[in-house]
Design a binder for this molecule. Structure first.
Ligand code: NDP
Ligand code: GDP
Length: 372
């Protein structure tokens, strides 16, 4: 039985990857942060009573800023594979907390690689680094592939650039099987609520059910190459199963705008939108309603407005990946289209919104976390 250690197991990708590895018969260990409230919702369904036999799923308290803790966990687990998915992963937040982002996203990576080396696990432990299309930032070539030069545009991307190169460097210096997955944006019903896709599906579902009035957005012209997280974690695993460690771009090769994603999400709710105005005055107005998913809305309602607060100090306007290398060497075929993913995300958020609306209609107090 192989043993894997996943940092960031409580996040979107960590939870899907843990499911995949358990299905494949791995013993799965995850690093979770101490938090004052529960932060394991995405992995609770995999939790097994540690007192029963045949338990294959274990969580360890840890933090990427704490090297002695990481070294101790790795010494104890002796993993065959480490997936470094933990990160302060939000680009906009990285402008607010650049130093912390560097500590976790950049230095956290070298802490793990050093632990492998100090424990003499160079030949045993394979290492996956969650690299990102944000490395391309101000794009130098379209579509972006493994050889495209990087030009990071945020403290997040700069920190991830260090992590990318230190992974390459430990591969070349110490012969560790270490590789970077340069993943383009990937989403799901488990996506963090403040990333753009989930903010849209959750916000519009809440508006449709009368829980919120209007969704405030940033740059609607931004273009992204969106895939489904479930498809992308398969590639993370495959990258560690090759003869030789290499870096791969994982993307769909198709891009859409934030505005497109708003339009599709609204249509899933039976709402046809018209976009009016331009720049900070742009807004989306309800033009037509079908079905019963949006009882709180009427034709003419404004459901999306621009709030410049969500503009970034430096924007990544366009990302489009070229996944040919992954197709050829890993047999990469994404199974879920962006439209199917959008439908899944809206259905999930509509179900949550409906149950909140039902509680509200019976005068139970409702706590809806505000988007950021
Ligand atoms: P999430 O934000 O959903 O998950 C991040 C995880 O990292 C969470 O488990 C979080 O814990 C954990 N974490 C954050 N800070 C620390 C810390 N100091 N110590 C230990 N753990 C920490 O991200 P995703 O699952 O979407 O992404 C996974 C990885 O892939 C990230 O590194 C991200 O930057 C990268 N990536 C993601 C892309 C995407 O589109 N999703 C695209 C390209 C790269 P907690 O739950 O407690 O917050
Ligand atoms: P990113 O590509 O890692 O930054 O992922 P996000 O999902 O956070 O953002 C994708 C794009 O959507 C970026 O270009 C953002 O500027 C744009 N965007 C527009 N409005 C918003 C918003 O309200 N929230 C977020 N998170 N992004 C927004």
């Amino acid at each position: 039985m192989k043993t894997a250690l996943i940092t960031g197991i409580t996040g979107q990708d960590g939870s899907y990857l843990a499911e995949l590895l358990l299905e494949k018969g791995y013993e799965v260990h995850g690093v979770k942060r101490r938090s004052s409230s529960f932060n394991t919702q995405r992995v609770d369904h995999m939790f097994q009573d540690p007192h029963v036999e045949n338990n294959h799923f274990f969580l360890h308290y840890g933090d990427l800023t704490d090297s002695s803790n990481l070294t101790r966990i790795i010494q104890q687990v002796q993993p065959d594979e480490i997936y470094n998915l933990a990160a302060q992963s939000h680009v906009a937040v990285s402008f607010e907390s650049p130093e912390y982002t560097a500590d976790v996203d950049a230095l956290g990576t070298v802490r793990l690689l050093e632990a492998i080396r100090l424990l003499g696990l160079e030949k045993k432990t394979r290492f996956y680094q969650a690299s990102t299309s944000e490395l391309y930032g101000l794009v130098q070539e379209t579509p972006q592939k493994e050889t495209t030069p990087f030009y990071p545009r945020s403290p997040y991307a700069v920190a991830k650039l260090y992590a990318y190169w230190i992974t390459v460097n430990y591969r070349e210096s110490y012969g560790i099987y270490a590789c970077n997955g340069i993943l383009f944006n990937h989403e799901s019903a488990r996506r963090g609520e403040t990333f753009v896709t989930r903010k849209i599906t959750r916000g519009l579902a809440n508006i449709a059910q009368g829980l919120e009035k209007c969704l405030y957005m940033g740059n609607l012209d931004s273009l992204r190459d969106w895939g489904h997280a479930k498809d992308y974690v398969r590639m993370q695993w495959l990258m560690l199963q090759q003869q030789q460690a290499e870096d791969f771009v994982i993307a769909t090769g198709v891009q859409y705008s934030v505005r497109d994603f708003i339009r599709w999400s609204a249509e899933e709710l039976g709402i046809m939108l018209a976009f009016e105005g331009s720049g900070v005055e742009e807004r989306a107005v309800v033009e037509h309603i079908q079905g019963d998913k949006a009882p709180a809305l009427a034709v003419g309602d404004t459901v999306v407005k621009i709030d410049p607060r969500y503009f970034r100090p430096a924007e990544v306007e366009t990302l489009l990946g070229d996944p040919r290398k992954a197709k050829e060497k890993l047999g990469w075929i994404p199974e879920i289209t962006v439209q199917q993913m959008c439908a899944e995300m809206v259905a999930n958020d509509l179900q949550i919104a409906r149950s909140h609306a039902l509680l509200k209609s019976h005068n139970y107090e409702l706590v809806v976390a505000k988007e950021n």
